[in-house]
Design a protein around this ligand. Structure first.
Ligand SMILES: Nc1ncnc2c1ncn2[C@@H]1O[C@H](COP(=O)(O)OP(=O)(O)OP(=O)(O)O)[C@@H](O)[C@H]1O
Ligand SMILES: [Mg+2]
Length: 249
């Protein structure tokens, strides 16, 4: 694939956590290329490595082995400062429990990444308001996280993740804590961002309803990719047993 079209490229990615004398191989040789504009869902049982993979893509942690390019930058070659810049400028991360700052309002929470970037007060206020409007929360701008519902907090976290116009938005269990209807709203919002603004989205989740809206589903098991819907575009036609189609067209 043309390098300009690649959002994430992982090759033989390994991540081990060492605890005392034992090591856990959380990722054990993952190869994954995500093109710009894709909407990818990573699924798999608890402990299979979803959050670990998301954290590596989000430059929150470094691989033990293998290569990882995000937005055409090799993460393993960057200094801590450059990694921080990349996180601030190119990546939006939505944590499972939102991680909003409790003492700040919704508006101020969305402004934070722009403040770190040195965007003027006026400009960041304007953009933060526009983003809150985008997620349907303009009238909650002055609420603190404790004065918002779970779904509203999640939408503030999404608005904050979009603040610096990231190339890649990563979400860890974005519907995990929400009721079905609210989860659907969040998914519709993400689908819309992806379709209308071409934001590359990668979601880690247990929730099968999330995979229904994705253009691609990657399944992990024991730190390895078990299946990838994009890797087999039409290689495996489903055989139709004769008895299954009593009324052939
Ligand atoms: N900081 C850590 N130190 C040691 N082991 C860890 C650490 N983080 C994760 N692990 C281990 O790595 C493996 C993968 O964890 P990870 O959090 O990526 O799983 P997951 O697929 O996100 O699971 P879940 O669906 O429960 O969130 C697990 O076996 C876990 O115990
Ligand atoms: Mg997880």
């Amino acid at each position: 694939m043309d390098a300009n079209r690649i959002a994430v490229q992982a090759e033989n990615l390994h991540k081990s956590y060492v605890l005392g004398a034992s090591a856990v191989g959380a990722l054990r040789g993952v190869d994954l290329t995500v093109a710009k504009g894709e909407f990818v869902v990573i699924m798999g049982p608890s402990g299979c490595g979803k959050t670990t993979l998301l954290n590596l893509m989000g430059a929150l942690d470094l691989p033990s082995r293998g290569a990882l390019l995000v937005d055409a930058v090799d993460l393993t070659s960057l200094s801590d400062d450059r990694l921080a810049d990349l996180r601030r400028d190119r990546i939006g991360y939505v944590f499972q429990f939102f991680n909003l700052i409790p003492t700040l309002t919704a508006l101020e929470n969305v402004e934070i990444p722009m403040q770190f970037k040195g965007v003027s007060r006026r400009e960041r206020r304007e953009r933060a308001l526009a983003l809150l409007e985008r997620v349907g929360l303009k009238d909650r701008a002055d609420h603190k996280p404790s004065e918002l519902s779970g779904g509203e907090q999640q939408r503030v976290a999404i608005a904050r993740a979009l603040a610096n116009r990231p190339a890649l938005v990563l979400l860890d269990e974005p519907t995990g804590d929400l009721d079905t209807a609210t989860g659907k709203q969040i998914l519709a919002l993400l689908g819309d961002l992806n379709a209308r603004e071409g934001v590359t989205i990668v979601i880690a989740t247990h929730d099968p309803t999330v995979s229904a809206v994705a253009s691609r589903v990657v399944r992990l098991r024991d730190g390895r990719i078990e299946s990838d819907s994009a890797a087999v575009p039409m290689a495996s036609p489903v055989p139709t047993p004769p008895s299954a189609s009593p009324n052939p067209a």
